[in-house]
Design a binder for this molecule. Structure first.
Ligand SMILES: NC(=O)c1ccc[n+]([C@@H]2O[C@H](COP(=O)([O-])OP(=O)(O)OC[C@H]3O[C@@H](n4cnc5c(N)ncnc54)[C@H](OP(=O)(O)O)[C@@H]3O)[C@@H](O)[C@H]2O)c1
Length: 320
């Protein structure tokens, strides 16, 4: 079968280890099921894998991709929950052995993917396969970050660091639909304009002073925005960290954290139950992921290059 593989890693040139190649079809073990992939979406995680971050070199070559929608052998249209853990039910992301597809097991950028049967969530007909393929990583992570980790209520203000990323666009759309006032930052004027068109209530230059302090911050950027995120919080506010694109070791500024009684919460992916709720949320509100572009799988390299260049607003989807 055709697959997008990480064959080696290179921190400086992630595309060097990307291959569009033939791979044997997966053989699902007992309790697992094969899904014929119709759409798979790109996440920054795939770039990190190609850079050697979070992947065991022994596992290479490995099929990339965390997210997929597709059809089972018996014809069910499904969305694949990307978190693989030995803990049935409960919060799979807290299981000590959990991994995300493409870390320990082959990922979704291929004609077929094998996953535990309980990882399948029914795809409602209202969602296209392309839209559904955006939900399991960026959108699920944002859903949990905003609606469980951030501790906010409708009417509160949330700052989202970044504007055009998969998580950032999900935060704008989900936050707005959930009754939050959403402020975003971007280094790009064009992306700030697009974020306002998407529904953000305010868009500011990265690092700019905000009109007011916020109840919560969703930060996936890390070192480059940490200090601004902390300074933007009102007393008692909460920063939710769900990524560290620019680096993971910022100066902590502990005095600000204890004196203003701030909280810093980590957030990673979401449970299968939360993915099912997110799907229902999209069904009930009519909300749909923003797709920057859809490319045939063999042209995946173009999508990876766009993400490396920061030339993406929304999700990049690969279709089969
Ligand atoms: N914890 C989890 O489970 C989880 C799940 C999904 C994603 N993540 C992480 O979240 C991060 C974003 O993922 P994504 O898929 O949304 O990636 P993406 O689409 O590549 O997002 C890029 C975003 O980050 C901003 N950005 C990047 N570098 C920056 C810098 N130096 N200064 C300021 N802003 C910067 C960009 O803002 P501009 O508008 O300024 O370009 C853009 O909005 C990644 O680190 C990813 O690994 C984690």
């Amino acid at each position: 079968m055709l697959a997008i593989l990480a064959v080696r890693t290179d921190p400086a040139d992630p595309l060097a280890g990307l291959a569009v190649a033939e791979r044997d079809e997966p053989r699902p073990p007992e309790g697992w099921e094969l899904v014929k992939v119709v759409a798979a979406s790109l996440n920054h995680h795939d770039l990190f894998t190609l850079q050697g971050i979070g992947v065991d070199p022994e596992r290479l070559p490995i099929v990339l991709g965390c997210d997929a929608s597709g059809v089972t052998r018996d014809g069910r249209e499904v969305i694949v929950h990307a978190v693989i853990s030995s803990a049935p039910g409960g919060d799979e992301t807290l299981a000590p052995d959990f991994s995300i597809l493409s870390e320990r097991y082959d990922g979704t950028m291929a004609e077929w993917v094998a996953v535990p049967r309980r990882n399948l969530v029914e795809k409602p007909p209202e969602l296209s396969f392309e839209e559904a393929a955006c939900l399991p990583t960026a959108w699920l992570t944002t859903y949990r970050a905003l609606f469980t980790q951030a501790g906010v209520r409708p009417g509160d203000t949330v700052l989202v660091q970044g504007a055009g990323g998969g998580v950032a666009t999900a935060a704008t759309l989900l936050g707005r639909a959930g009754g939050l006032r959403i402020w975003v930052t971007s280094r790009s004027e064009a992306k700030r304009v697009r974020a306002l068109e998407l529904g953000a209530h305010g868009a500011f230059e990265t690092g700019a002073r905000l009109p007011d302090r916020v109840h919560a911050v969703i930060d996936t950027v890390g070192e480059a925005t940490w200090s601004h995120s902390l300074k933007s919080l009102r007393p008692g506010g909460r920063m939710v960290i769900c990524g560290a694109t620019s680096g993971a070791m910022p100066p902590a500024d502990l005095a600000r954290i204890f004196f203003l009684q701030l909280s810093v919460a980590g957030s990673t992916m979401g449970s299968r139950d939360q993915l099912a709720r997110l799907v229902t949320f999209c069904e009930q509100t009519g909300l749909r992921p923003l797709i920057d572009r859809a490319l045939p799988l063999p042209e995946a390299r173009e999508g990876f290059a766009a993400m490396i260049n920061g030339d993406v607003f929304g999700k990049v989807v690969f279709t089969l």
